[in-house]
Design a protein around this ligand. Sequence first.
Ligand code: M6R
Length: 600
Amino acid sequence: MCGIVGYIGEKDSKEILLKGLERLEYRGYDSAGIAVRNGDGITVFKEKGRIADLRGAVDGDVKGNTGIGHTRWATHGKPSRVNAHPHQNTSDRFTLVHNGVIENYHHLQRDYLAGVEMESDTDTEIIVQLIGRFVEEGLSTQEAFSKALKLMKGSYAIALLDAEEAQTIFVAKNKSPLLVGLGEDFNVVASDAMAMLQVTDQFVELMDKEIVIVRKDSVEILTLEGETVERAPFTAEIDMSDIDKGTYPHYMLKEIDEQPAVMRKIIQAYQGEDEKLTIKPEILDALQIADRLYIIAAGTSYHAGLIGKEYLEKMAGIPVEVHVASEFGYNMPLLSERPMFIFISQSGETADSRQVLVRIKELGFPSLTITNVAGSTLSREANHTLLLHAGPEIAVASTKAYTAQLAVLAILAAVTAEARGRDLGFDLIQEMGIVANAIQSQVDMKEEIEKLASDFLSTTRNCFFIGRLMDYFVGLEGALKLKEISYIQAEGFAGGELKHGTIALIEEGTPVIALATQESVNLNIRGNVKEVAARGANPMIISMEGQSEDGDSHVLPTVHELLTPLVSVIPLQLISYYAALHRDCDVDKPRNLAKSVTVE
Ligand code: M6R
């Protein structure tokens, strides 16, 4: 949440910063700003709204070869120009951008900043005022920065300019991600390598509680105690074409279309030399030792976890619990004797999941992160990582990461099953190939699915999803997708549950989307559809060949019963996409949201 960029070099920094912010807009997009430094001092431009609005506010005549920028997802203080970053201290000497939440900002204000008038409602302004105050009291900028960092509790990624130290960007992080990018005669700062791929693919990872002094020809990493740290750069292996929309109107549609290719890529990535699916032995060993697995995740990743539980229990025979990350850390259930934790997170940065990881590490329990982002915080901090290989997912609504999570969980379960001597009774590689083709058939049916969206959802204010067994979990994901981008109030229910209360909401014409891909409960779900139809609902049945009936709205090709979620979710993704499009919603950047949720 919130994106940070910085540039120090010989070129005018404005365009590099603005382009970088455009790439980071997925992290927050309610206001934005940049600050550039030149011989005349530091000039700040900021605006409420998107980077496009900020562009309109930037004076092209003001140049500066050092600069920092920020795109915001509001936590403290509503989205407004005044609360947008960068923030400055009262004398305007210091200018700062921040991603994260300073939990003790009230105390810091009370204890150190009495009499200082704040311009904004943000916790961020406290940091820059604090640094200004400590410098007035006689500390150097670096000492003041370091002192402020030691006092701060919470999460932060910070880039700081000092009007009197033209050649430096001061940088630090704790819990929030931040990288320094290396170039010839310039260096950059970014929350995500994607932002600065335009100028470099060489990056240095920063660790919590370090101070980094970035100059145009050097990067010095120090601990808060002032000791030098050496760290080799890495090459960001992201293809520019992966992060461009190309000819697509929206990233979401592009990412939905990429899913067949992602399935094939995952199979390849997890195939060993003997062409069999393989998982690192140390991960398998850890799973073998565990007497119970605890899956921790949020949002779409949590929905993937619910299906992961089915895979790990049914294929590998290991008991699994699935927990919402934001609850688990504060209400931990009684754990088994030898628990192992699996974190599922597209971004690998979700703060709710990370707080659980920190806690279970303190307790000494082993952990595995399943993520799309190599080197992300959850990946670095867990004992083991499995990558999704889905390529960057930029639309806020998660699509290809969800199906990739299911595929990797299926592989993990299948390989674990084999290691435990359990016979699956089917060849997962072959079945995943069938799934890839089935997904392709769905993304090729956009016109039909768009028609379903407009027939059922164009004017509705609410919508229910029902399903049984794994269809129930896919329904939860379908409902999340629909509400998140089209703002239609949507809820997913187990087929038999609606009549225990919620059926009271069914009115003439209320859309109810029913998934019917689970053979053993086909008749039951059809019974549930009859119950709502009898009360005026407008049912849309999505079934599977071999289980379909006349009048079903959409019939999916058959795939292995355990893998149906990988296919049944595709029309739901497309229905959400078209419902949002027909309602003129901003598909890729829905209101109030951000792609990676790095605050608790
Ligand atoms: O990066 P993560 O997978 O940890 O993110 C978790 C959720 O914030 C995320 O899945 C969210 O629910 C999606 N935007 C839904 O489409």
